[in-house]
Ligand binder design. Structure first.
Ligand code: FAD
Length: 370
């Protein structure tokens, strides 16, 4: 009998598993294809400041808390797993292509300052001094010096190794049902008919969380899939020194460089249900907008285009914590920023699983708010 069974081995389930093992809990993760869904497609921007949106102040605090613990989280993970994660904290540059885009960026700068985050407006020339490959037409920008990025594929690989090294069990099977008894969750049933019994069950299956049967009606808030397409390019040496988040005539695009020469362009945002078709239009839009900002991308090798599903909750904020059913917990709904929220979610869920207490920082995101 385990202490905890976690349904879903994306960044959220795996970070919860690793941190819970570190608290001395016995943990099993069940997932037929761990680390292959949103966590495999994601660009890996760690940008609570550059992605700040109006009305999302609570998410800003969660994002800052998670970003601030990233370097120690990664140092520990790299030590335990012996693997690198591609983590970098060298800032994100937000840029605007035309005057209207610049007006939007400037409004965001004032909003950012009103929340106590100092921001320095940069001219086009100053932006190009930082990033010489930017187009001469870029009008200006804003630097978020502490925002960063990570390679989510390396992150999940390192988490899988760390979970194994700390004695966690990975079961490569789909969970069909939560088992219950005396009004509490007692484990899960697998597609092959097997059962895993545990004191606590964590559902961390992204937008597929709804498919797990056996949960009393009304207990799971709806989590919808929000499709995103991402393009990967490659050059022998990186053409950018830091992530660029751009506005191109009102449309958003980002370019995330890795030190090995990979450049990730993202991302579309489409409400298409569980469709993950890569479309010519999605690919074209990303290449078109990225090329406006950095014309040199056309010289790079094209390596991959993928589509994934962000788990979106009704208020677009994560859902983490205990449900009304004893022993049943949720960790999903991390939407556009699940990689950013990985350390804070892993720590908060492990604390809750080990002590029954949710840390202050995560309390606004409990399932009970719906
Ligand atoms: P997933 O990674 O989807 O994992 C869910 C897991 O559950 C899967 O492995 C699946 O196999 C498993 N599963 C499903 N059903 C079952 C079942 N019945 N039994 C067992 N297992 C099951 N975030 C950032 O912070 N920065 C970014 O730059 C960023 N870019 C993104 C770009 C795109 C295009 C997309 C799609 C997402 C992006 N995200 C980004 C968001 C981030 O990827 C997600 O928020 C995060 O990966 C969610 O992790 P997860 O573990 O909840 O879900």
């Amino acid at each position: 009998m385990d202490d905890v069974v976690i349904v879903g081995g994306g960044v959220i389930g795996l970070a919860t598993a690793w941190r819970s093992l570190g608290r001395g809990l016995r943990v099993t993760v069940a997932d037929p294809e761990p680390a292959t869904k949103a966590s495999h497609v994601a660009a890996g921007m760690l940008t609570p400041v550059s992605e700040l949106s109006y009305g999302e102040e609570a998410l800003l605090h969660l994002g800052l808390a998670s970003r601030d613990r990233y370097s120690s989280f990664v140092a520990e993970l790299e030590e335990v797993s012996g693997q690198r994660t591609g983590y970098r904290d060298d800032g994100t540059l937000k840029v605007a292509l035309d005057a209207d885009d610049l007006a939007v960026v400037d409004k965001l700068r004032r909003f950012q300052e009103s929340l106590g985050i100092p921001a320095e407006a940069l001219t086009g020339r100053e932006c190009r001094r930082l990033e010489p490959m930017l187009a001469p037409s870029v009008r200006g920008g804003l630097l978020a010096p502490a925002d960063g990025s990570i390679d989510p594929r390396r992150l999940t690989a390192a988490l899988l190794t760390a979970v194994e090294r700390l004695g966690g069990t990975l079961v490569r099977e789909r969970v069909t049902e939560v088992l219950t008894g005396d009004g509490r969750a007692t484990g899960v049933r697998l597609e092959n008919g097997g059962e895993i019994h545990a004191d606590q069950v964590v559902l961390a299956a992204g937008p597929w969380t709804q498919d797990v049967k056996g949960v009393p009606p009304g207990l799971l808030p709806p989590v919808r899939p929000v499709k995103g397409q991402v393009v990967r390019l490659r050059s022998a040496t990186p053409i950018l020194g830091r992530s660029i988040r751009g506005l191109v005539r009102g449309s958003s695009v980002y370019l995330v460089p890795r030190t090995d020469g990979e450049l990730v362009l993202g991302a579309t945002q489409e409400e298409m249900g569980f469709d993950t078709t890569v479309t010519a239009g999605g690919l074209w839009e990303l290449l078109r907008d990225a090329r406006e900002l950095v014309p040199g991308i056309t010289e790079l090798e094209f390596t991959e285009v993928t589509a994934g599903l962000r788990p979106g909750s009704p208020d677009n904020a994560p859902i983490m914590g205990a449900t009304a059913m004893p022993g049943l917990l949720l960790a999903t709904g991390h939407f556009r920023n699940g990689v950013l929220y990985t350390p804070v979610t892993g720590d908060a869920m492990a604390e809750l699983l080990a002590t029954g207490e949710m840390p202050e920082v995560a309390r606004p995101f409990s399932p009970g708010r719906f």
